[in-house]
Write a protein that binds this ligand. Structure first.
Ligand SMILES: C[S@@+](CC[C@H](N)C(=O)[O-])C[C@H]1O[C@@H](n2cnc3c(N)ncnc32)[C@H](O)[C@@H]1O
Length: 224
């Protein structure tokens, strides 16, 4: 039985690029690309967690870097493969961590996670395994939806997603969004031997007809 989040993303896949491009304006992939680009060497090996249709790796693909993408949704990966055939993909639920994928320790120059970590309950476990596969001096670049105590949506630590990105799929609403503060994420990273190089806050998108801004934090860290 597929998890609801997989069913949701399978249905979203066909319209994802269109829906994130127009009025909705998904900024997270652009923001992370901008901050990471100047840091990359000539031929980097990049692991993109929750790669979706590939927006978070598009520029790096065009520049010839080697990309491995993970996603829970087969349909997302199908759209991705059409656009970026050289990306190696694994259909994988990140809630299970990375262990079953047999990645070697210190095997990636860069790990990216854009628009994914708010869907992961046990982030400590996943981050520990990310630290294991990231090379020394390698980069971790990710966004997450922040916990903000006086925000109408983000003032909740955990909520159901609510009506989907696309109004046509409001029935599949019962998967969770988990929010953390920048401070919590910073201490998690410090305990795993990551040095934070930069953080930035931005409006990831405007939610629902009321256009409520949803705030994301972007973190660029280096494994020391
Ligand atoms: C908001 S999209 C972001 C996609 C891409 N990174 C981007 O910036 O456009 C989130 C992606 O994470 C995937 N996802 C959600 N939960 C997941 C999980 N537990 N394991 C793996 N992928 C997951 C979804 O299928 C979807 O493709």
């Amino acid at each position: 039985m597929k998890r609801i989040i997989e069913q949701y993303n399978d249905r979203l896949a066909k319209v994802y690029d269109e829906a994130t491009g127009g009025e909705f304006k998904w900024k997270a992939a652009k923001e992370s690309t901008k901050i990471l680009l100047p840091k990359l060497g000539k031929q980097s090996k990049i692991l993109d967690l929750g790669i979706g249709t590939g927006q978070s790796s598009e520029r790096f693909y065009q520049l010839g870097h080697t990309i491995v993408g993970l996603d829970i949704s087969e349909a997302m990966l199908k759209v991705l493969k059409k656009k970026f055939p050289r990306i190696k993909t694994h259909k994988h639920d990140l809630e299970k961590g990375l262990k079953s994928l047999d990645f070697k320790p210190d095997s990636f120059d860069v790990v990216i996670g854009v628009g994914i970590f708010e869907f992961i309950k046990d982030l400590k476990k996943l981050f520990e395994q990310i630290a294991r596969v990231t090379k020394r001096n390698g980069f971790l670049c990710f966004t997450f939806e922040e916990y903000i105590n006086d925000h109408p949506i983000q003032g909740n630590r955990v909520t159901s997603l609510g009506q989907g990105l696309v109004a046509k799929i409001p029935r599949l609403i019962s998967f969770k969004v988990y929010r953390r503060t920048v401070g919590e994420i910073k201490s998690l990273l410090a305990n795993l031997g990551f040095e934070i190089l930069a953080t930035k806050k931005f409006v990831g998108y405007l939610k629902s007809k009321k256009k409520i801004p949803v705030y994301y934090a972007l973190v660029l860290a280096r494994k020391i």
